[in-house]
Design a protein around this ligand. Sequence first.
Ligand SMILES: [Zn+2]
Length: 299
Amino acid sequence: MKERYSINLCPICNHSSFKHFLNVPDWLVSKEVFELKQCEKCQFVFTANAPLESEAGPYYNSEEYVEHSDTSSGLIYSIYHVARRVMLNFKYLKIKRLRTGKKLLDVGSGSGYFMNFMKKKGYEVTGVEISEKAANLCENNFGIKAHSPTEFVQGKLDTNYNIISLWHVFEHVYDYDTYFELFSKSLDEKGYLILALPNNDSPDAKMYQEFWGGYDTPRHIWHFTPKTIELFADKRGFKIVKKHRMPLDPFFNAMIGDSYKEKFTFLPITFLKGLYSYIVSLLNIEKSSSIIYIFQKKT
Ligand SMILES: [Zn+2]
């Protein structure tokens, strides 16, 4: 039996009794089944038997792991790459609206598309990326060098950032307290912390259950809802100031879910499932498939 990353106390409320929530296979890489557990006090959901951080590398070894892949093949991935272009502009407009300075740190910068887009808009960008392959792509394609997480954790990066962004990254982070300390230290007084996270309180999560793309076990350790991330951040000195829905994610998650179910044969039904979730999110942002949370330090 391999040693696992065990969570004995809830990272939000320090409670120690958890109940079974859902078994979720690793659809992309290992096909191993992972158990999600839920804190009985604050309802926070996490992957209870994720690999140790030192053994997590192989679980990211997939050509299909689109977050780090730069190849465009197959319908889902073609759509993903078009969606990426739409979302780059969407993210830029949300950041522009904050009317703050232009010094930006992107943690989990991947192959650098977001940094490159923001650099072209006049932002001074710095990246942190764990995958050497992605960091090399970033440097070769855009001439932007990303730092390693080790440099970040050792406090070797600059401070006084106006914006720190993590786009679908924080749910992967083992060392959550160190990261939050660094966010606090690295942001200027009025700086913004932007976390984009899947939301398992969305209709598409409820519809797809263990097939839901937002669980992505064991790579996703933390499965936040608006309630739990706001409590989590509050405990670590950050207050929520704004939330945005990510409009394409319900459609993307419906496609992923149906592809895991091998029912991706009738596209209109998949589209309608995504559309249903999107419409629900228009009525209540707390039910969005993925949410962009914007935090500031509490004063
Ligand atoms: Zn709890």
